[in-house]
Design a protein around this ligand. Structure first.
Ligand code: ZN
Length: 82
């Protein structure tokens, strides 16, 4: 008995699978080879930010050791001589 039921359910499964396959064919026919649109590539533009070194203090003839530009280039009025 149990065996019979499994055969019947197998046959039903086959029917269902065939049904689904025919449906898939129909749906494919409705949408003939839709080419998926390629997403537009965004060109990433890297902004080149020029960092212009500036003194972080008022102009005087002192060399400020906490000032990046003074350390690298010397004082505004008395720059390092090369
Ligand atoms: Zn400075």
């Amino acid at each position: 008995m149990c065996h019979m039921i499994s055969i019947i359910s197998y046959l039903m499964m086959n029917d269902i699978i065939q049904e689904i396959e025919s449906l898939i064919t129909i749906v494919r026919g409705l949408q003939p080879n839709k080419v998926p649109e390629e997403p537009k590539k965004r060109v990433k533009r890297v902004k080149v930010v020029k960092v212009i070194p500036i003194h972080n203090h008022p102009i005087d003839d002192e060399t400020h050791h906490d000032c990046e530009l003074c350390r690298t280039h010397g004082n505004i009025l008395v720059p390092y001589k090369k």
